[in-house]
Design a protein around this ligand. Structure first.
Ligand SMILES: [Zn+2]
Length: 217
């Protein structure tokens, strides 16, 4: 990766972080953003906020988990790294504590197939992996495995993580998951929402292929 490339990706990463904050998905600077680059990944620094994150505070973490310099990567770098190792579709990863995702995750509830848009993440639900302490290898492994065949998952008693083919797709997935969790919470207030049947899912995925919904996944 040339210096110019690193600068370009770092600027885009900062813009993504600020956009997530602007749309309310990065409250209290609790999330982090990364992208895949040659030889490793770029990730927001430890202690990043929308105000203090600048391109020179984006950290290059090598594939072997090492980095140079005094600025530390986000404590969740292992989780981001595991997603890139597990899915070649991942070029950008967002981790956030967005409100409705946290509400679901704190009940350790997967998001069930109550709405066809849930299928945009690659299956008939969005899983919720069990709680592990932040920054641990265990959390990284669980999230990495969940994101092999889904574009997002909930993290028990914690938040969410999603991937995308680029920054924009990852932002869309983070927004979509938050909105769907909100819809589900609202629907649950009225009763027990009906879930789509297996037959309805088969039909959805058949149609989704034709209209290229799979670009999200
Ligand atoms: Zn977190």
């Amino acid at each position: 990766m040339t210096h110019t490339e690193q600068q370009h990706f770092s600027e885009h990463l900062v813009a993504t972080y600020r956009h997530l904050e602007a749309i309310g998905l990065m409250e209290l600077a609790t999330g982090n953003v990364s992208c895949r680059v040659e030889g490793g990944m770029l990730i927001s620094c430890s202690g990043a906020t929308a105000q203090n994150l600048t391109p020179d505070r984006v950290v290059f973490v090598h594939e072997d988990g090492t980095w140079a310099g005094d600025i530390k990567p986000s404590s969740e770098w292992r989780m981001h790294s595991a997603v890139y190792k597990n899915s070649d579709k991942a070029n950008a990863v967002i981790h956030a504590h967005s409100a409705y995702c946290v509400a679901m995750a704190c009940n350790n509830m997967p998001l069930p197939g109550f709405h066809y848009m849930v299928g945009m993440f690659g299956g008939s639900d969005v899983p919720c992996v069990p709680y592990s302490t932040f920054g641990t290898e265990e959390l990284a492994e669980n999230a990495g495995n969940a994101l092999q065949d889904r574009a997002a998952c909930l993290l028990g008693n914690h938040g969410m993580i999603c991937r995308g083919a680029n920054f924009d797709t990852a932002i869309k997935n983070a927004e979509l998951l938050e909105i769907l969790c909100k819809h589900y919470v609202l629907a649950r207030q009225l009763g027990e929402p009906d879930l789509l049947t297996d037959e309805q899912w088969d039909e959805f995925f058949g149609r989704a292929k034709k209209v290229a919904y799979s670009k999200f996944i």
